[in-house]
Design a protein around this ligand. Sequence first.
Ligand code: AMP
Ligand code: GLY
Length: 424
Amino acid sequence: MNVLILGSGGREHAFAWKIAQSSLLNTLYVAPGNAGTASVAKNVNIPVTDFDAIANFCLENNINYIIVGPEAPLVEGIYDYFSSNDELKHIAVVGPSKKGAQLEGSKRFAKEFMIKHSIPTAKYKAFTAISLTEGYAFLERLKPPYVLKADGLAAGKGVLILNNLEEAKNELKEMLQNNKFGEASKEVVIEEFLKGIELSVFVLTDGESYKILPEAKDYKRIGEGDTGLNTGGMGAISPVPFADELFLTRVENDIVIPTINGLKKDNIEYKGFVFIGLMNVAGAPYVIEYNVRMGDPETEVVLPRIKSDLLDLFEGVASQTLSERDLEITDQTACTVMAVSGGYPEAYEKGKKINGVDLVTESIAFHAGTTLHKEDVLTNGGRVLAVSSYGKNKKEALEKSYASLSKISFENMYYRKDIGFDLN
Ligand code: AMP
Ligand code: GLY
């Protein structure tokens, strides 16, 4: 089989690393990829949302499967682009249809879906500029903190959590009337604040059946002790100790099954990943958000824990025979720690030479934002390397990642030294 992965981050390097191990693989391509994907696949210089160029490449190179890393191509309809064209429909896109991608592309759509299918989530109401005063009245009825979410994609920045009512009203106005997040905040979901611990559960579905992949917890804040600005993710751990069998059974029964059945009932084609962001509220799972792709850096711990052949699972997704495929998961712990550019998530410099990655033997150094320049590997993003390790427990895995990170250097490199600090 020939496979094309779309994307250029640590998630895509992890996909490439895993798929490169498949006995079913013939040739693996990544568009556009990074210096890490270049070591296990062929990089192709095509933007992830240039569907015409992707289609031409797929036809010329006999691609069988497209694995979509980021959400943008899914929300823009890459699945429908391929499945509705007679020349292209033999190429399987692992990902939801454009309609299904609305679970991530529109917070209001996701909330309506959850309410319709009785999936536990925070109470909410959606508002537009016309209903701004009703939005104020709704805020007045809620207790702080106030949660405001831009309806559309806002590069992970569209959620505001505010302690003060006046500030919340002001931000609501900024979003709805003054386009704080552009088009994305033309509509705003206001929801009840849920108090608990977060984790993520990942599901692979062929639209009929599903497999639950290893769960993970990520660390979004830049600073130690979960302080400072939000980032794309500074590290992750799997399994999550507080997600015991009882909790995960509740997740499956109360959330995963109604989600898959809801997609079917609503005639939404969905052959891909569902990333369910959850809050554990005193033992009860609530959905915070759906994403229609894998997480980054969660993928860098989830895929290392999957022992089965990922291409075999994707074959099951494409032919709707997923229920006949095996999913074997190692009981080892996997962790990842992200090394980022100084200044990230605000302004940072690129093009710094990275040293020492070749000295890493106890961990897998997934490249997140890197590029090749002649013989050198240079930084090319805020998040630069995700250093993943296995261990018999969290402590052992983390010790390996930190030992590996001590061999790596680039100017102004930063990483959190407390990943997993809150877990037993
Ligand atoms: P989202 O982009 O929807 O995942 O929201 C970003 C972050 O805001 C989440 O990871 C949570 O930490 C937080 N958050 C979102 N919704 C809620 C909520 N209803 N209650 C508490 N925290 C929330
Ligand atoms: N790490 C969070 C995400 O991928 O959305």
